[in-house]
Structures are given as structure tokens and as C-alpha cells.
Ligand binder design. Sequence first.
Ligand code: GLV
Ligand code: MN
Ligand code: MN
Length: 414
Amino acid sequence: MSAPAFGPELMARLDELGRISGDQDRLNRQPFTPAHHAAIDRVAAWMQEAGMATRVDPIGNLIGRYQGLDSAAPVLLIGSHIDSVVDAGRYDGPLGILTGVAAVQALHDAGVHLPFAVDVVAFCDEEGVRFPTTFLGSKAICGTLDPAVLELRDKEGISVAQALTAFGGDPARLAEAAYAPGSIRAFLEVHIEQGPLLEAEERPLGIVTAIQGQSRLAVVLDGMAGHAGTVPMAHRRDALAGAAEAILAVERRCAASPDLVGTVGRIDAQPGAVNVIPGRAMFTLDVRAPNDTLRKAAVDEIVQTIQRIAASRGLGCTIGREHDQPATSCAPRVQRWLAQALRGEGVPVKYLSSGAGHDTMAMAEFCPAGMLFVRCKAGISHNPLESIAVEDADAAVRVVLRVLHDLAQPEASR
Ligand code: GLV
Ligand code: MN
Ligand code: MN
């Protein structure tokens, strides 16, 4: 077998980008931070090497444009997100950006321009870890970002608008980030699978058919802080004990439906001292299912259960619904393009759905959008052990390149 042509450089770049972090010893790249800035500077340099003109839009998306022969033709958008979770792997997000850059680099090296422009985008925020919102970048591009999110605040009390302004973005010009309706031919996102299916079936790549819906909530329980040594157990209004009971109820409810998953990923107790009964507890809730009716019914039930638990313990209860994203189907035409390219590359065609959320969910409301999954070692993701094989990275670039060439054919389906 000959050495992969694109894989080694792509993997080296993913390693390099994975070292650009806000933390010393782990990958943590939150939107509008110095690490975000450093990362887009690095990617912009690679985009320019590949013949792209780069810009950062008012919401902080980096966009590289590789000109097409017909400047009026709708552009093909390729990309993913540059933000990360805390203690992240290096492929979730950057793989989709740098695969796009590698494919364009190949066009540039060959001196080829397509009938349409290719835009490669590094979305500013997909994980929704810093602010209680998500898809800031992809929604802005689609013109669907509610300006009210600019007032949402991170844990330090910094609003999206303040963070964006300090980053060099411009909240007042948010609307200018939007592409005109009809100006995007399609959006294509390459992403690590983040699950075990492709590996189990020994397939390098898969075509995503649909992405499950998700709800994110923030729960605050208010009790009464007090002395850990003097307040008898029966007199307590312990907010953290209430949260513990609620979290186990969430786990039980979600385990009861095979298609439902529910996660409490963050919890905080105040005032947070060993000898003080917690007066306030806050936790997040993430509930997902492929079926929106099932998800919404489960969320309503969980909310009622938490309210009941709070009432039975004399706790105040506030539940904020932060994010509600319906399940999304990937565009049949993008699936067809990918299937044709996989066959052309001699890669078996495999279809699968996505449990994780993706910018494709936001993009699909605006233009035909689809995804190519890359095999993930042991299905591990949102974890520094996240890993892909160089051969699979190489195959992903070849497939994207082939999609570009196929779409350049006069008879290509639109
Ligand atoms: C993003 O990775 C998500 O699915 O939460
Ligand atoms: Mn991702
Ligand atoms: Mn992720």
C-alpha cells in the first residue's frame, strides 16, 4: 500500500492545533479567548498557504475563501468548530476544518479552480461550554442567531457581547455575518464519529443520515446554608442533597427509555465549604434522543420530578431551558454526493446516525447540509484519548476532494 498522501500533514496540523489551549496541560479552547485567537491565526496561515483569502466575521468565525471561476455561483461551505470542551481531544471540530483546508490545498497545488467558490469555516462556538448557548457561529452565518444571546454571561459574569468585543468581533454588526439566502450550495462537515460503530464494522468512514435532538437546562436549587455541626438533620434544607436526589432521578428516567440519554455534566454547591450546609446547588442537564416527541416528553417529566423533589425538601427551584435543538436529517443530496465519492475512492459506503450535536444542525435550517464521519478509536471522545488513524484522515481528504471534483462536473446534481 502506498503512503497516505494527505494524512501525515493533516495529522501533524491537528497535533499542532491541539496544543493551542487556554490551559497548560490539557486542551481547553473556549470561544473569544486568547487561545481561540491563536488557533484562528494558525489556521488562517494554513488557509492562505492553500490559496484562500481569509477573514474573521463579526461573530468570530474564521472563513477562508478559495475563489471559483463563476463568482455568482453559490459557494460550497466546508468546516466545523474550533472551540473545544474542557480537557478535550484534538479531533472534535478541528478535523472538519483542516480536512477542508487540505482538500483546497490539493486544488491549489494542482492550479485548479472550480466553477464555484469553496469557503472553509472555523466556527467560533459549537460546544456551548463557556456560555449557556451553542452554535453561535453557524447560527450567525445562517442569520438565525437571536441577538438576545449577546447578553448571556459566562461563569465570570462576562457577556457574549463583551467577550466578542474584546476578541475583536463586533456585536453591532452581527447581521453582516449572515450569508444571503441561496448563496450556499451546501454545507459539508467532516467529524470524528465519537462513537464505536465504524470501528466495530472495520469501516474508515461513514455517511451521517441524521443527528439526534438535544435539550440543555440549568437547574438552581435554593435551601438554607447553615452550620454542619449544629443543625439537626431533620431541620436542614440542604440544596446539594436535593440536587443529588434529582440527579439520580434523571439517570433513572433516561435509563428507562432505550433511545434516551441524559447527563448532568456540571454541578456547583455554594458556599462550598466542608463545614457549611450547602444553601444553593446548581447543575446542568443535557437530554438527547433521535425522536423529538420522546425527548420533549422526558424533559417535561424530569422538570416535574425535580420540582417535586425540591418541594418535598423545602427547596426553591428555578429551571432554565437554555437550548432546544430538534433532531436533524442530513440532506439526501449531500448523502448522495458522499456515497458517490466513497465508491469512487473504493471505500465501502456505510450510513449511520449521530448521537453528538454538530454545527450541521444549525446549517441544515439554511442550506443542504451533511456530514462525513471518520472512525474513532474505541469510540472515545470529549476526552484527551480521542484518536483517529492517519489512513482514515487521508481517506477523508480524498473523499472531500472527490466531492469537489464531482460537483465541478456540468451534470452534477444540485
Ligand atoms: C457537542 O459535541 C455535543 O454533542 O455536545
Ligand atoms: Mn464537534
Ligand atoms: Mn464536541
